[in-house]
Design a protein around this ligand. Structure first.
Ligand SMILES: *[C@@H]1O[C@H](CO)[C@@H](O)[C@H](O)[C@H]1NC(C)=O
Length: 333
């Protein structure tokens, strides 16, 4: 790709960079919004995968294959990625062939040729973050959409994608930790304060029946990383205050479902897109409904009144299901 970049492609890149630069200041104030239509029968179906980009290794290809099969069966509308899209260190630039090798040439099933809504994980921040966010990637593969934080409205469901990596203290304070690309994030305290404020007001304004928040890091987890205390302290209170139904994340390379004991929020981890089998579980949390240490992914089927979540392993076997109904504004299980 690098040597073969055409003049036309470079010119388009330049134009996109200028447009991006111009729109940067105008979007600082609030989260960018996108719309996705629901199906004519009043349903919305999607898959969630996380922690995946390893050029097919560690069963990534097998997860992709099963995603294709389930995606076909459910006639999915789109795919959500919970981040850590490219290992080990994000993308090196817009010309990094990992984009094709881990994404375009990997998720090839017909049913996966839909819009992908991606957030960034901590590993993505170890590379060229600006490249991974660049609209130029959409020219290479039209499915790609990755922003730090944004809102997706799909009629009766509203999704709030939150950039969780900047919340984690260790990435900033631990001198032995990796090097992160913090362009666009500093000063950090302003960035987090504005983000929390924007998510809070977007949640308050939302009239959607179902509110789903997506981030890379865990809030509740019994896996390797466990809870992310910074998010428990700074993000969870606004999710609880605004009747969020689901918090969906990756980061721990496993599949898990934990129910909140104080609110209706369900915590879902879909971090089994490739390398898994970490082997360490921290028992002792309340509300644990399901934990699987291996690879897999999650499907969701949502209507105005029902939501059904299913967890699958790499053979397509159903490992766990959860569903909920809503009459009026109160949830019942
Ligand atoms: C691939 O998946 C199988 C079945 O779950 C598992 O036994 C195997 O360890 C996995 N391989 C890797 C490299 O994770």
């Amino acid at each position: 790709m690098a040597a073969g970049l055409s003049y036309k492609f470079k010119a388009q890149c330049l134009i996109f960079t200028v447009i991006l630069g111009l729109s940067f200041f105008s979007t600082l104030a609030e989260l960018q919004r996108f719309e996705h239509p629901t199906n004519a029968d009043g349903s919305l179906n999607f898959l969630v995968v996380g922690d995946w980009g390893r050029k097919g290794a560690y069963n990534q290809s097998k997860v992709a294959h099963q995603m294709g099969r389930v995606g076909e069966k459910l006639n999915i509308n789109f795919i959500i990625s919970t981040g850590d899209n490219f290992y080990e260190d994000g993308l090196t630039g817009i010309e990094d062939t990992a984009f094709e090798e881990s994404f375009s040439k990997l998720y090839t099933a017909k049913s996966l040729q839909k819009q992908w809504y991606n957030v960034l994980g901590n590993h993505d921040y170890r590379g060229d973050v600006v490249a991974q966010l660049s609209p130029i990637l959409k020219m290479i593969d039209s499915r790609w959409l990755c922003l730090r934080s944004f809102i997706l409205n799909a009629d009766f469901v509203e999704f709030f994608f939150v950039d969780t990596t900047p919340f984690v203290d260790n990435y900033f304070n631990d001198p032995k930790d990796h090097v992160y690309d913090w362009r666009g994030v500093l000063p950090r305290t302003d960035y987090i304060r504005n983000l929390v404020k924007d998510v809070d007001s977007a949640l308050k304004e939302s009239t959607a029946k179902w509110k789903i928040v997506v981030g890379h890091h865990t809030i509740r987890s019994i896996g390797h990383h466990g809870d992310t205390q910074e998010l428990v302290d700074q993000l969870l209170p606004i999710l609880e205050a605004n009747n969020v139904d689901l918090y969906v994340n990756g980061h721990d390379h496993c599949l898990e479902h934990i129910s909140s004991t104080v609110s209706p929020i369900q915590f879902l981890t879909s971090g089994g897109g490739s390398k898994a089998w970490r082997g360490d579980i921290h028992m002792g949390q309340d509300g644990v409904k399901f934990y699987y240490d291996g690879q897999g992914f999650v499907s969701a089927e949502v209507t105005e009144t029902h939501a059904k979540i299913v967890f699958y392993d790499i053979s397509g076997k159903v490992l766990h299901k959860w569903s909920a109904s809503k009459q009026g504004s109160s949830a019942a299980m």
